[in-house]
Write a protein that binds this ligand. Structure first.
Ligand SMILES: Cc1cc2nc3c(=O)[nH]c(=O)nc-3n(C[C@H](O)[C@H](O)[C@H](O)COP(=O)(O)OP(=O)(O)OC[C@H]3O[C@@H](n4cnc5c(N)ncnc54)[C@H](O)[C@@H]3O)c2cc1C
Length: 484
C-alpha cells in the first residue's frame, strides 16, 4: 500500500486523490491550508442581516461541459456519476448583452420579447464560420495551432476578432496577442460538441467535496487548515512532507502537489534540488490573467438569465482593457481601471434555486483584471475594480439599487494571499509556448514528486484544465504501473 501526500484540495488535488483512492491500494493524506475544500472551486456561506445563509462560490461560476466534460469523467471513473447534480444553462441559454443588444453565443440576435431566437436567415457568403471550422477540425488538428497567437488566427480566418477575443478572455484571462489559438480551438470544440454549459447544485464546492468524500470513504484523510511547509527531498527523491504548526514529518512514497507550480518548485522543495534549466523554465512561466469577482444578494427578481456576458457602453478612455492592441502596451494602474467593465454574470440561484431565499437572487459576477502586476498598486486597483463591477451592474439593472442585501468581493489580492498563483484566475496561462507539448509536465524531475493542477499538463477551461491534469496523471500512474 503506497502512502500518498497530496498538497491542496483544489480540483487538481481532490480529483487525483479521488481517482487514486478508488482505484489503487493507497493511503492518502490530503492537506489543505484553508478552512474550505476546493480552492478556487470552493464554496462558502454568507449570512445576511436576517441571519439567512447564502451559498457563495470563491471563483468558478460556470462549467464548460458539466457531466460531459473532465469534471464528470472523474466522477464516472470513481464510480459516483450522480454525486453531483448539474444544472445546464438552457432556456435561456448563455447570452451576450452587447450594449443593449441581446445575442446568443453564436452571435444570433435574440428577440427581447419572446426570448426566442430570430428566424435563421440564409447565409449570404460561402465563408466558413467558426462553428464549421471547429466541427471540421479534429482535436489532433487543433495542436497545429498551438503556437499561433489567437489574434493572428482570427485575422487569417477573417473571424470576428472582438467577439472571439472576448470569449477567450473570459475562458483563459489571457491577451489575444498571446492566447494560443490551438487551446482556444480545442476548448471551443469541446463546448460546441457537448453543449453542456452549466453549474453544480449546491455551489461549485459540491464537486471537490464529492471528490474528497471518495478519498475519505477509501481509507484516506482530508485535513483542512493544515499547511504543508516543505516537501522533503533526499537523494533526488521526495520522501515526505512537513505539515502544520508543529512541522510534523509525514513519510510518503509519493507526493502530489496541487499548490501552484512556482511555489512548489521554488519554495516547498527549493531551487537547489533542481537543475538550473528547470528552475529557469519554472521561473519564466507566465500566469494566466488575474480576475476578480463581485457577488451580491438582492431581495428582488431581476433576471431570468442563467449566464449573461454584459458589454456596457464605455467611454473611449475605458476601452483600453478591451482593445487588444492597447493591452500589449503594458500594465494598468488604479486610475486606468474603467468605470464600467465587461462582466460575466451568473445568477447562480437561477441554476440552483436553493442558493437564495424565496423572492431573492444570488448574483455572481467575474471580470478580468488584465495586466495588473505592480504589487503596490494592487490593493487600489482591486478597490477600483470592485466599484467598476458594481457600476456595471447598476448600469444593467438600475432597479437593484436599494435592494442589495449583501456584497462580497474576491479580488486577485485575496486569491494570491489565500491560494497562490499570484492571484491568477486559472493557473499557468494558456498562451503560445505554454500549451500542448510545451505545457509543464505533471511529472517533476524529482523522483516521486508530481503536480496535479491547472499549472501542469492537461487542457481545458479553468476547472476542467485542472481535472484533465488529474485524469492524465492518473493514466500515467496506471500505464507506468507506479500504482497498482
Ligand atoms: C473569480 C474566478 C472565476 C473563475 N471562473 C471560472 C469558471 O467560470 N469556470 C471554470 O471552469 N473555471 C473558473 N475559474 C478557474 C478555476 O477556478 C481554476 O482554474 C481551478 O479551480 C484551479 O484548480 P487547481 O486545482 O489548479 O488549483 P486551486 O483551486 O488554486 O487549488 C489549489 C489548492 O492548494 C492549496 N494549497 C496551496 N498551497 C498549499 C500548502 N502549502 N499546503 C496546503 N494547501 C495548499 C490551496 O489552498 C488551494 O486550495 C475561475 C477562477 C476565479 C478565481
Amino acid at each position: 500500500m503506497k502512502r500518498i501526500a497530496i498538497i491542496g484540495s483544489g480540483i487538481g488535488g481532490s480529483g487525483i486523490g479521488a481517482l487514486i483512492a478508488t482505484s489503487f491500494k493507497s493511503k492518502i493524506n490530503l492537506y489543505e491550508q484553508n478552512n474550505w475544500i476546493g480552492g478556487r472551486c470552493g464554496s462558502y456561506l454568507k449570512k445576511d442581516k436576517l441571519g439567512r445563509e447564502w451559498v457563495c462560490d470563491v471563483g468558478t461560476h460556470i462549467f464548460g461541459n458539466c457531466d460531459k466534460g473532465f469534471l464528470g469523467e472523474i466522477l464516472n471513473k470513481i464510480g459516483k456519476p450522480d454525486a453531483v447534480k448539474w444544472a445546464y444553462c438552457r432556456d435561456p441559454g448563455p447570452r451576450i448583452n452587447m450594449m443593449g443588444n441581446i445575442l446568443s453565443f453564436g452571435l444570433k440576435k435574440i428577440s427581447k420579447k419572446s426570448g426566442a431566437e430570430k428566424k435563421k436567415k440564409p447565409r449570404k457568403s460561402k465563408k466558413r464560420g467558426f462553428r464549421e471550422i471547429i466541427n471540421e477540425m479534429s482535436y489532433e488538428d487543433t495542436y497545429k495551432f498551438d503556437d499561433v497567437p489567437l489574434i493572428d488566427y482570427l485575422k487569417q480566418e477573417k473571424l470576428n476578432a472582438f467577439m472571439y477575443t472576448l470569449q477567450a478572455g473570459l475562458m483563459f484571462g489571457t491577451k489575444p496577442t498571446e492566447t494560443s489559438a490551438g487551446e482556444f480551438l480545442r476548448c471551443s470544440k469541446l463546448n460546441a460538441t457537448n453543449r453542456a454549459f452549466g453549474y453544480s447544485f449546491g455551489g461549485t464546492g459540491a464537486i471537490p467535496t464529492a471528490y474528497c468524500k471518495a478519498i475519505e470513504e477509501n481509507n484516506g484523510i482530508v485535513k483542512l487548515e493544515t499547511k504543508v511547509n516543505r516537501i522533503v527531498v533526499e537523494d533526488g527523491s521526495a520522501i515526505g512532507v512537513e505539515v502544520g504548526k508543529d512541522n510534523e514529518f509525514v513519510e510518503s512514497d509519493i507526493v502530489i502537489s496541487n499548490a501552484d507550480i512556482k511555489s512548489t518548485v521554488l519554495k516547498l522543495v527549493g531551487e537547489n534540488h533542481f537543475e538550473k534549466d528547470y528552475v529557469e523554465r519554472i521561473k519564466n512561466l507566465v500566469w494566466g490573467g488575474q480576475v476578480c469577482s463581485l457577488k451580491l444578494g438582492v431581495d428582488i427578481h431581476v433576471t431570468d438569465d442563467k449566464w449573461l456576458n454584459y458589454v456596457p457602453k464605455m467611454d473611449a478612455s475605458d476601452m483600453k482593457v478591451l482593445d487588444p492592441n492597447k493591452l500589449i502596451e503594458g500594465d494598468i494602474t488604479a486610475k486606468d481601471v474603467p468605470k464600467k467593465v465587461v462582466l460575466m454574470i451568473v445568477p447562480i440561484s437561477n441554476l440552483d434555486p436553493n442558493l437564495a431565499p424565496p423572492g431573492c437572487q444570488n448574483l455572481h459576477t467575474v471580470t478580468p483584471t488584465l495586466g495588473v502586476t505592480q504589487d503596490e498598486e494592487r490593493k487600489k486597483i482591486s478597490k477600483a475594480f470592485e466599484k467598476a463591477c458594481m457600476n456595471t451592474l447598476l448600469d444593467l439593472w438600475p432597479e437593484i439599487e436599494g435592494h442589495i442585501l449583501w456584497t462580497d468581493f474576491v479580488s486577485d489580492v485575496f486569491l494570491d494571499a489565500k491560494l497562490g498563483k499570484e492571484g491568477a484566475g486559472t493557473g499557468i496561462g494558456q498562451i503560445v509556448g505554454q500549451v500542448g507539448k510545451n505545457r509543464p509536465s505533471q511529472i517533476s524531475p524529482i523522483k516521486n514528486l508530481y503536480y496535479s493542477s491547472a499549472d501542469a499538463g492537461g487542457w481545458g477551461v479553468g476547472t476542467e484544465l485542472a481535472a484533465k491534469s488529474a485524469l492524465d496523471l492518473f493514466d500515467y500512474f496506471k500505464q507506468q504501473k507506479i500504482l497498482v
